[in-house]
Design a protein around this ligand. Structure first.
Ligand SMILES: [Zn+2]
Ligand SMILES: [Zn+2]
Length: 272
């Protein structure tokens, strides 16, 4: 089942449908930097496992009052954040400012950028450990990544004498395995997690409530009443889905869609 789902993810389109985007990097023109007190939604990546050179892996940033809140860390996340900083004038997306992240689920296309998110901003001078929120399993994934890069950590800590004094601690990750409900709150945002229906027993979408916007990011899910409920009254819904046009162009893929994949994903016309 899981392998077949992975196959589905490999071929599915990366359309973000049913989305009403008030602000995003999708705009090709170069806008002036937004006033810092307005919430911004930055689509850092809208891809899937297919290595499309025009789409990085799934990752979205909510930017509020100069702080960035990431949702998912697909491949390319750190470099797309740097590009948003340079090209769109969003200083909150300077990689060293990426300190808080939420993950919807543990599929590789949503998490392959995790070691990049842990280590690249650290090496560039991030001043605090990373805070990561996600479903059960994110702690084990984090521990395995830190173990895999242990030689790098030891080498850098022992030789990079120009780094900040707390360098031996700021590569670390404070992991929060969550359940549904309000999982994070600060002066900028209230983040509420809600269950979605995808290939794992435990997956989440997130609702961000800020002073001027409510934004829901569903991640991968099929029909989900909880997603509908979370979006009641929301300003923006970012929802991963397949387009019917893409499915129509792939008759070879349709048996897999009918048998398995529709159970884990939505189209732009998914109904109960
Ligand atoms: Zn997935
Ligand atoms: Zn996905």
């Amino acid at each position: 089942m899981r392998h077949r789902d992975a196959l589905f993810c490999l071929f599915r389109t990366a359309a973000v449908c049913s989305a009403i985007l008030t602000a995003s990097l999708a705009a090709q023109q170069q806008p002036p930097p937004s006033p810092p007190n307005k919430t911004q939604v930055v689509l850092l990546g809208t891809g899937n496992p297919f290595p499309d050179p025009d789409r990085s892996g799934p990752a979205t940033a909510i930017v509020v009052n100069g702080s960035a809140y990431l949702v998912d860390f697909g491949p390319g996340v750190v470099r797309r954040a740097k590009a948003a900083m340079f090209d769109k004038g969003i200083p909150a997306l300077e990689p060293t400012n990426l300190t808080i992240a939420f993950v919807t689920h543990l599929h590789s296309d949503h998490t392959v950028g995790y070691p990049d998110l842990i280590f690249t901003p650290w090496v560039m001078g991030r001043k605090v450990p990373l805070e990561v929120y996600g479903p059960k399993g994110i702690k084990a994934m984090t521990d395995h990544i830190l173990a895999a890069w242990q030689a790098d950590i030891e080498e850098r800590v022992s030789t990079e004498t120009w780094q900040p004094p707390d360098y031996r601690n700021t590569y670390k990750v404070n992991v929060h395995e969550i359940s549904s409900g309000v999982i994070y709150k600060d002066a900028n945002v209230i983040v509420t997690a809600f269950p979605t229906k995808h290939a794992f027993p435990e997956t989440y979408g997130y609702r961000f409530d800020t002073a001027d916007r409510s934004i829901v990011i569903s991640g991968d899910t099929t029909y989900s009443q909880a997603t509908i409920d979370a979006c009641h009254g929301c300003d923006v819904l970012i929802h991963e889905a397949n387009t019917l046009e893409w499915l129509a162009r792939r008759p070879d893929f349709q048996p897999l869609w009918r048998e398995v994949s529709h159970k884990h994903h939505a189209t732009c016309r998914t109904r109960q």
